[in-house]
Design a protein around this ligand. Structure first.
Ligand code: FNR
Length: 389
């Protein structure tokens, strides 16, 4: 049972729990400052991989700046005592339109990595999206997450047997929905990693789904060092710059549940995804980790939501740090919002408890934002709730 099912009425009641408990939280509740607090706990390599961005970080900064340009216009006396943030996205119920973004190699942030994250998400009923590049396998994560909702994110590598096997395993392990990340035909130019000659996957990190996979293992070259063999074999199938729209046709042969494309920033690509029959998209620029100089994700959200929002599910991530950010993305047309680095900073700071803290604070702030702006739920948020400055 999630906490909400167990009786929490409104997420903002978390505030009273803190005040009445009288114990100052270990982790800041100023969610935009999580990065600075987490930075102090991360090794230089982990900091470089997690916090830093592609290029000189222009797109990551643009992501944040885009949120600041929108301002909510609070409305008064609307009776917001019966707020409801609960919703359903592609058959998955959630207590609020918030999900855990797929993030690879979470053991860089904390030794328990994805297991801590999925336990925290399960406790609050927030759907967890498992990265193909995770440090724990589908099966380990499924066991840790129990009955809680979970989706799976696939990177299309060049070996179709591995796709088929991943999708089979994901289904068997209870992952309901597939997210295919399309903004990573190659890894972006990330100076922080390059300067340290640090690539987690080539060090054997983040390959748990692969090294536990029969199709991947079947083609491993002979080697006295299994770790080196796995990393080298993986590097031979990822990246996959030749991937095209036609190349995605295999998905329907191996997956009968909903499929979304993650990493869409162009209206024409969104239309093409809808025309091709995909169930949804995640408007995202990978948090500014892929193409530096790319447009801020929030800046393209309204036009994309306008163009395809009635035909498919539009989700959003990139630059979301606070409950207010979530409210703004919802107002601009997202059905739900994925948290990326914000939950990861909580993980770095205090494992499962840290992720729970970030989720509780984000939910509480979203709930308060809805109330203070005069909305009884996220469904009432719309572009008319804001002005652009
Ligand atoms: C990511 N992201 C990501 N996306 C994906 O589809 N598969 C993955 O394995 C990863 N791995 C990953 C690792 C790390 C360390 C980060 C920070 C991000 C991108 C992620 O899903 C999401 O799009 C961004 O994190 C959103 O931007 P913010 O919220 O971090 O600014």
């Amino acid at each position: 049972m999630t906490e909400r099912e167990a009786g929490t009425r409104h997420p903002s009641e978390h505030l009273m729990e803190i005040f009445l408990g009288g114990v100052p939280p270990l982790i800041t509740t100023d969610l935009a400052k999580l990065e600075a607090q987490a930075a102090a706990t991360l090794s230089a390599e982990a900091y470089g991989y997690i916090v830093a961005n592609a290029g000189n970080g222009a797109t990551a900064r643009a992501n944040r700046a885009a949120f600041d340009r929108w301002r909510l216009v609070p409305r008064m006396l609307r009776g917001v005592d019966k707020r409801n943030l609960g919703c359903e996205v592609l058959g998955t119920s959630m207590p609020a339109p918030i999900m855990i973004a797929p993030v690879g190699v979470q053991t860089l942030a904390h030794p328990e990595g994805e297991l801590a994250t999925v336990r925290a998400a399960a406790k609050l009923g927030i759907p967890y999206i498992h990265s193909a590049a995770a440090a724990h396998s589908f099966e380990e994560v499924a066991e840790a997450g129990g009955d809680a909702p979970r989706w799976f994110q696939l990177y299309c590598v060049t070996d179709g047997d591995v796709h088929a096997s991943f999708l089979r395993r994901a289904k068997a392990a209870g992952f309901s929905t597939l997210v295919v990340t399309v903004d990573t035909p190659m890894l972006g130019w990330r100076p922080s990693d390059i300067n340290r000659a640090f690539q987690p996957f080539l060090r054997g990190l983040g390959l748990a789904n692969y090294t536990s996979d029969p199709a991947f293992r079947a083609k491993l070259p002979e080697s006295s060092d299994a770790g080196v063999a796995a990393a080298t074999h993986w590097a031979g199938m990822f990246p996959n710059p030749g991937l095209t729209w036609d190349g995605l046709s295999f998905l329907r042969r191996h997956w009968d549940g909903p499929v979304l494309l993650k990493g869409i920033c162009a209206v024409d690509d969104a239309r093409r995804a809808a025309d091709a029959g995909f169930d949804g998209i995640v408007v995202s620029n990978h948090g500014g980790r892929q193409l530096d100089g790319a447009v801020a994700a929030l800046d393209v959200l309204p036009e994309i939501a306008d163009a395809v929002g009635s035909r498919m599910t539009v989700l959003f991530d990139s630059g979301v740090r606070t409950g207010v950010d979530v409210a703004k993305a919802l107002a601009l047309g997202a059905r739900a919002v994925l948290l990326g680095r914000s939950f990861l900073y909580g993980l770095a700071l205090d494992g499962q408890a840290g992720v729970e803290h970030v989720l509780r604070c984000t939910l509480a702030e979203l709930d308060l934002t809805a109330a203070l702006s005069g909305h009884a739920g996220h469904q009432e948020l719309s572009p008319a709730s804001m002005v652009f400055r």
